[in-house]
Design a protein around this ligand. Sequence first.
Ligand SMILES: *Cc1c(COP(=O)(O)O)cnc(C)c1O
Length: 455
Amino acid sequence: MKKYHLSEQELPRAWYNVLVDLDEPLPPVIHPGTGKPIGPDDLAPIFPEELILQEVAAGPYATRFVPIPDEVLEAYRLYRPTPLIRATRLEQALGTPAKIFYKYEGISPTGSHKPNTAIPQAYYNKKAGTKRLTTETGAGQWGSALSFACSIYDLECKVYMVRISYQQKPYRRTLMEIFGANIVPSPSPDTQAGRKFLEEDPNHPGSLGIAISEAVEDALQREDTKYSLGSVLNHVLMHQTVIGEEALKQLELAGAYPDVVIAPVGGGSNFGGLILPFYREKKERNLSTRIVAVEPTAAPSLTRGVYTYDFGDTAHIIPLVKMHTLGSTFIPAPIHAGGLRYHGMAPLISYLYEKQEIEAIAVPQTAIFQSAITFARAEGIVPAPEAAHAVHAAIQEALQAKESGESKTILFNLCGHGHFDLLGYEKFLRGELEDFEYPEEEIQKAISELPKVEA
Ligand SMILES: *Cc1c(COP(=O)(O)O)cnc(C)c1O
């Protein structure tokens, strides 16, 4: 194992804004009520102005490189730059001629890449006078990251946590409470959307789509409150590019450059964060870097979904975006990679996939846990189940290199540790984990229920 560290001075000073580099603009965002493209004013009740401008790359943000504010850099320094590690022990264990590098985001205070955007989102809200933020969380990674960021900037934080996770992941809840957040299981009696689902079923297990509806409704009702989303949106992916920018510098120290860059995809934020700077380099320097997104077979929005307009939430109160989707009525199987259980994909990542700039593969959960254990035994880090999707794909690439005898450099995102996910590991070790293929009829059914939008 060999680590490549950057000093604090070498922490990147700008995020990469890929929007200004795309051949065509992304399709417009559509208002759920009028069916017409929305304007910045429509988003003002839920996001502060600076994040809206970043979302559409307008005003001071119509530029390729967006300076990271000093206050954000200061908070980033609590855990950044994160290490880039050459997995030499894993290479030996696999007997591969490939070089395997991983970027380790698990050293952040809450154990994943999510604080990279939670911090700037809380910062821009504080600056705009917001007193309170609402959000949803599934597995708890995003809720913990935002709770932590709100504690830095002294904001109140209310988290709607998918009920089934609230019950199954009590320690994530405690972590959020340590940072001072207020957590309720979703659906909750606190919102109209929540009450509607509770009437249908008082023990409703909840879903990410329902929790988003609740958090947005809450923010719309209070003047002092805004909403914060941890993935999918353009500004979120931009904040995450600090990962790829650091990795580029660290690979230079290592004297290496990847032939293939791999990351797991849920909503697309850690993937975008790592790959977008490599996508820029690929275009600019005419490289043939392969870029691979790894999703679960239980929620295969890129490999089996359709590219169309869909709702991001279940109550259909947030705007429609064009994305790869399985339909907002899709309820994914209860796999342990909770962070990847979402029906849609970031519009930006969907666009790149549609343009065949990136590849995607879907893998089942028993395979990812097996690879995660191989990795843990070699490198000493227990990957989050989400991150294990990338571990698995990287191992497959390394084994192919062994078979063909080709030299190959692989980079993947180890976007989080799995210390709160030991239940999944325990079940795997006991042979109790099942694989889920999403049935084609179910996909077709959810897709037939997609909204009709001409644009
Ligand atoms: C939330 C999360 C994900 C999925 O979200 P993306 O926006 O696709 O990155 C993946 N890995 C970890 C560790 C997460 O916490």
